[in-house]
Write a protein that binds this ligand. Structure first.
Ligand code: KG4
Ligand code: ZN
Length: 302
């Protein structure tokens, strides 16, 4: 069954042709740089970009997969959660295609798609598993029971990790989105320079950590920039990984998946591998193009 999948929940416009776990064509247009002046995604600008890009990403994904619309069996689209204007562009387009061609339309949960995204490249990976979804909009740990059902074990009560990285990076003069650059700086700094406060609540909380880092960043010397990045990124990666272990101890899982833009973080990968490998827990990450928002994961789940 060939699925034409569409993802427009935030700022990335993405389309893919997917058959089972194989992504035969995928095109993603990211216009994040156009939001840089505002230090974050502006919903109205994002939805206008989706309108401009959606036709070309769909055409390109069909071209890459060497198929045309007549070869498609099902249309799939991210229906929630996301920016409402952005979601409307994708769902309206997908409904149009499904009505015109008389094809079924499958609505897909974006968070569950991130949680299952490592399944694209790990062909024998299947739920049940625990999942850490960590991006600019979400930081949650999920108990994924099957491809339709999950339970949220822990979620952020305020900021998401990517949001904290982007805001702290911006305060250090790094262009938005600065998460990837902060992660690179962290690898060369000393993580023990500053002691990050760790919230003592059951859920995640990152706004206090953000304020702590922003305050230090205001008067930071050139030589301490990498040290702050390191203290923050290692601090958060340890905090998140310890929470994962705490929740893993409650369940009987032997595997965990990680998805979302922050899953690209080399520091997070290093810390999670180190903490989980000696517990016999297998960690599955997607490659970078399937970490950030993409239609491949939507087609897979559909
Ligand atoms: O999943 P995503 O593309 O969009 C949503 O937020 O839904 O995630 C984007 C976030 C941004 O905050 C960005 O700074 C962060 O992922 N990010 C990273 C890295 N690459 C992207 N954070 C840490 N290390 C990275 N290598
Ligand atoms: Zn996302």
């Amino acid at each position: 069954m060939k699925v034409l999948a569409i993802e427009t929940s935030c700022d990335d416009t993405s389309a893919a042709v997917v058959e089972s776990r194989d992504v035969f064509g995928m095109c993603t247009i990211s216009r994040l740089k156009d939001h840089a002046n505002f230090g974050g995604v502006v919903p109205e600008i994002a939805s206008r970009h989706h309108e401009e890009s959606i036709l070309s990403v769909v055409s390109e994904s069909l071209k890459q997969a060497k198929v045309d619309l007549n070869d498609i069996d099902t249309v799939a689209v991210t229906s929630h959660p996301g920016l409402i204007g952005s979601i409307l562009v994708g769902t309206s387009f997908a409904k149009g295609v499904s009505l015109a061609l008389g094809l079924p339309l499958i609505e897909v949960d974006h968070i569950l798609a991130h949680a299952c995204s490592p399944m694209i490249e790990h062909k024998d990976l299947n739920p049940p598993f625990l999942s850490l979804v960590i991006s600019g909009g979400h930081t949650s740990i999920l108990n994924v029971k099957n491809l339709k059902e999950y339970e949220v074990c822990c979620h952020s009560v305020d900021d998401a990790v990517g949001e904290v990285y982007d805001k702290v990076a911006r305060s250090m003069g790094i262009p938005y989105p600065g998460g990837a650059e902060l992660d690179r700086m962290a690898l060369t700094g000393d993580p023990f320079t500053y002691k990050m406060p760790v919230p003592k609540i059951d859920n995640f909380s990152f706004s206090g950590i953000k304020t702590w880092a922003l305050n230090i960043s205001k008067n930071i010397s050139e030589s301490d920039r990498n040290n702050l990045a390191s203290s923050l990124v290692y601090g958060i990666s340890n905090y998140v990984s310890d929470k994962v272990i705490k929740i893993l101890n409650k369940y009987d899982f032997d595997k965990i998946t990680v998805g979302g833009g922050v899953a690209c973080s080399k520091v997070l990968r290093q810390v999670l591998h180190k903490k989980l490998s000696n517990k016999g827990i297998q960690v599955y990450f997607p490659s970078p193009k399937f970490c950030s928002d993409n239609a491949g994961m939507i087609g897979l789940l559909a």
